[in-house]
Design a protein around this ligand. Structure first.
Ligand SMILES: Cc1cc2nc3c(=O)[nH]c(=O)nc-3n(C[C@H](O)[C@H](O)[C@H](O)COP(=O)(O)O)c2cc1C
Length: 127
């Protein structure tokens, strides 16, 4: 799925998880709401990412958006095109009581995506 990186509200950065907000070239391709482990191709490099599709209920936002946090990546890519390949559904989007708990969950999502990539299977204990 090809998507263009657009400006977000930049709350992700404050959370410690910068995200690229996505506009899909073909809106029909946008996955169902949830959090996914993805591969993100940028130019000829591929990175691991965690994609969130939904309304971000923790922030009381109702607009449906897609955003990806790319692991081990800290470049400015506004306006660039990314190729996103979904590898695995991780969980549904949830409403968190506070930002600290959301941060902890995103940390788990990130580990989940990284571990899946190394092992090519969902993480078990000991990974
Ligand atoms: C992997 C991942 C999982 C997320 N899961 C949730 C979630 O379950 N609930 C929620 O309200 N927001 C979730 N978020 C969205 C964050 O709230 C979001 O990154 C934040 O609103 C920043 O948005 P911005 O980039 O537009 O500033 C998730 C974000 C990522 C990257």
């Amino acid at each position: 799925m090809l998507a263009k990186v657009i400006e977000g509200r930049k709350i992700g950065r404050e959370l410690g998880f910068p995200t690229a907000n996505l506009e899909f070239f073909k809106p029909d391709e946008m996955p169902e709401d949830g959090v996914y482990a993805v591969d993100v191709q940028f130019g000829n490099e591929t990175f691991i990412g965690v994609l969130n599709v939904g309304t971000r209920p923790t922030f009381g936002v109702s607009e449906r958006t897609a955003e990806v946090h790319i692991l081990d990546f800290s470049r400015e890519i506004y306006g660039e095109t990314l190729e996103i390949a979904v590898k695995k559904f991780i969980r549904k989007e949830k409403t968190f009581d506070n930002l600290e708990n959301l941060k902890k969950q995103i940390e788990l999502d990130r580990n989940n995506a990284r571990c899946f990539d190394y092992a090519q299977h969902p993480c078990g204990r000991g990974h």
